[in-house]
Design a protein around this ligand. Structure first.
Ligand SMILES: [Zn+2]
Length: 222
């Protein structure tokens, strides 16, 4: 077991690295070994990750109904939720929310307007090298409180929405080649950190012609 489970993230049309089943939910556990990332379903992540008892950052909290994971059927017991295999049971380490929030802004949404600023970049570099200390965690904790009160567009919930909507818009553009409307909506999402209901309705109309695309919640940003 030399793999480290890094995060839960969106993937597009990938197979589980270990059992080769199709990850049809578009959500995977991302494991890392020697700097190489591989996607896995929940049960294979649990079997192969040396930190499988830990709670890990989840960048798919704003997700949508997509077909179930092939791999899930073999591990589901009774009424357990489909995606609950690792994340429901694992204890939450101190700083979990803060690290997830830091990575959301510094890794996932780095191109979004206002996501990055010098102090955050400094903390992120520290996270990648020596790791965060209590002062950093406290700083992030206060930052989350402050944005949630003063600028909800930068709240954890809204940024999870931004990441999920950007993921699906990018997948759509990958599948479709170019689409001026979707490109402009994506650019606007990156600029304004939100979309209007009318824009999302229009996106859903485009999405329904493409296989394995979800129906996005039109009221996510209200
Ligand atoms: Zn698997």
């Amino acid at each position: 077991m030399t793999y480290l489970i890094d995060r839960i993230d969106f993937v597009d049309n990938k197979l589980c690295e270990f059992c080769k089943r199709h990850l049809r939910t578009n959500i995977a556990y991302i494991l890392i070994k020697d700097g190489i990332e591989v996607p896995a379903g929940p049960s294979c992540a649990k079997k192969n990750g040396k930190n499988s008892g830990e709670k890990i950052p989840d960048f798919t909290k704003a997700s949508f109904d997509v077909p179930e994971d092939d791999e899930v059927d073999q591990v589901r017991d009774g009424a357990n939720p489909v995606r609950g295999n690792i994340r429901a049971r694992a204890p939450r380490p101190a700083g979990y929310h803060e690290v997830e929030y830091l990575r959301l802004r510094a890794e996932k949404l780095v191109r979004f307007n206002g996501a990055m600023f010098p102090k955050l970049k400094e903390i992120y570099l520290k996270y990648q090298t020596s790791g965060l200390d209590d002062t950093d965690i406290t700083y992030l904790e206060r930052l989350i409180k402050k944005v949630s009160a003063d600028n909800p567009l930068l709240s954890p919930k809204n940024l999870q929405n931004c990441y999920a909507y950007a993921f699906w818009l990018e997948r759509f553009l990958d599948k479709k080649g170019t689409n001026e409307f979707a490109s402009s909506v994506l650019a606007q999402l990156q600029q304004k950190l939100k979309l209007t209901e009318a824009q999302i309705v229009a996106i859903n109309n485009w999405f329904q012609h493409i296989e394995r695309m979800p129906r996005l919640d039109t009221k996510a940003f209200l």
